[in-house]
Design a protein around this ligand. Structure first.
Ligand code: COI
Length: 358
């Protein structure tokens, strides 16, 4: 049951200072307001509110703390040169939020209504959308289970929230090729698990591998399939693409990989340029062989937070694969320039991806 009630707006009387435009960190600064909505099994989703950004109170027995029944999304609002604010394919995020919720036994939200409420929130926080190249307003919608109950079962009450954070680049150093560790001990997801859902446990379960990889000088981890540790899945914060001997490849969606909205957009963009993308199983051995044969031209990750992030080196079982001499590849650069130009309204949005917040 999805019920609709009028959105209540309470304005903040204590506005925060905004970060300096040339030093926007990732995910540590939050705007003046947030959106909340409650769910109970008898009322459905109700009480949508925009209120001053503040801590929330939860019962220590709230089920989110114990069994991690939660989902989230990541999307962005961009500032155009003429001062307008654009969202990028926002309907896809609410569609995916409901898919993640289905997997986590969380009741669905009304996608159109959520976009309406989000638009109201962004309208109110428009001044927080930064304008320097590479910056944006990161939007984090999420749902947590709030019922106080230690039973291992879906909760009867939930909270939906949207918080906003002005951000710069996800990886420190901006659009600079990153070094990635290919993980062959720990597992992120398996077929039939929650890998396709944007849920907390998929991320925190990777921290141990991530910490080890970082200690060895890598920026993140590339996950292999959980059964054979043979096939490439995704990086902790992004999907991955390869350009090998002129062909663009990315792992096929198999239920354990996140269906990235930037991933889909890059495939559609490349197709619109007449460049086909092969989505199939790709083994790490095949990548190593292509490297040994000198055929790897480019590797890059795609994600809302990461945008297009070139990969300059892959480390697998003590073997170092340097890609394109640690330099940004021509295709990665072109994709980055094109997608960010669409997102910030610099070029015509021929594919109809952006939505203006008036
Ligand atoms: C995103 O790209 O928006 C993500 O959610 C990835 C990461 C920051 C968790």
């Amino acid at each position: 049951m999805v019920s609709t009630f009028e959105l209540e707006i309470v304005n903040s009387t204590n506005k925060k200072e905004k970060p300096s435009q040339d030093q926007v960190p990732f995910g540590t600064i939050f705007t003046d307001h947030m959106l909340t909505m409650e769910y109970s099994s008898d009322q459905g989703w109700h009480e949508p509110k925009i209120t001053p950004y503040a801590p929330i109170t939860l019962d220590p027995a709230a089920m989110i703390f114990h069994y991690g029944q939660t989902v989230f999304e990541g999307m962005k609002a961009y500032r155009t040169e003429d001062g307008r604010v654009l969202l990028f394919r926002p309907e896809k995020n609410f569609e995916r939020l409901n898919l993640s919720s289905e997997r986590l036994s969380i009741p669905p939200v009304d996608e159109k209504l959520m976009l309406e409420y989000l638009t109201k929130l962004i309208e109110l926080e428009k001044d927080w959308v930064p304008s320097t190249p590479g910056t944006s307003l990161y939007i984090r919608p999420f749902i947590i289970s709030t019922e106080a109950n230690l039973a291992v079962a879906p909760a009867q009450s939930y909270k939906f929230m949207v918080i906003l954070s002005p951000v710069g680049s996800y990886f420190p150093g901006g659009m600079k090729p990153v070094i990635i560790h290919v993980e062959d001990q720990f597992t992120r997801a398996v077929k039939g698990g929650t890998g396709m859902a944007k849920t907390a446990g998929n991320y925190s379960s990777g921290y141990q591998a991530q910490a080890q990889a970082k200690q060895a000088g890598n920026a993140d981890v590339l996950w292999l399939d959980g059964v054979e540790k043979k096939y490439i899945e995704e990086v902790g914060s992004m999907n991955i693409f390869f350009k090998i001997d002129g062909e663009v490849l990315t792992p096929e969606l198999n239920g354990s990989i996140l269906k990235g909205i930037t991933r889909t957009s890059i495939i559609e963009l490349l197709n619109s340029w007449g460049i086909p993308v092969t989505e199939r199983k790709i083994s790490i051995q095949e990548i190593y062989q292509a490297f040994a044969d000198g055929k790897i031209e480019e590797v890059f990750g795609t994600g809302t937070a990461a945008v297009i992030s070139p990969v300059g080196e892959l480390n697998w079982q003590g073997r170092k694969m340097v890609v394109n001499n640690h330099e940004i590849g021509e295709l990665s650069q072109k994709l980055y320039d094109t997608i960010t130009s669409i997102q910030t309204g610099k070029v015509e949005d021929a594919l109809g991806w952006t939505v203006e917040v008036k």
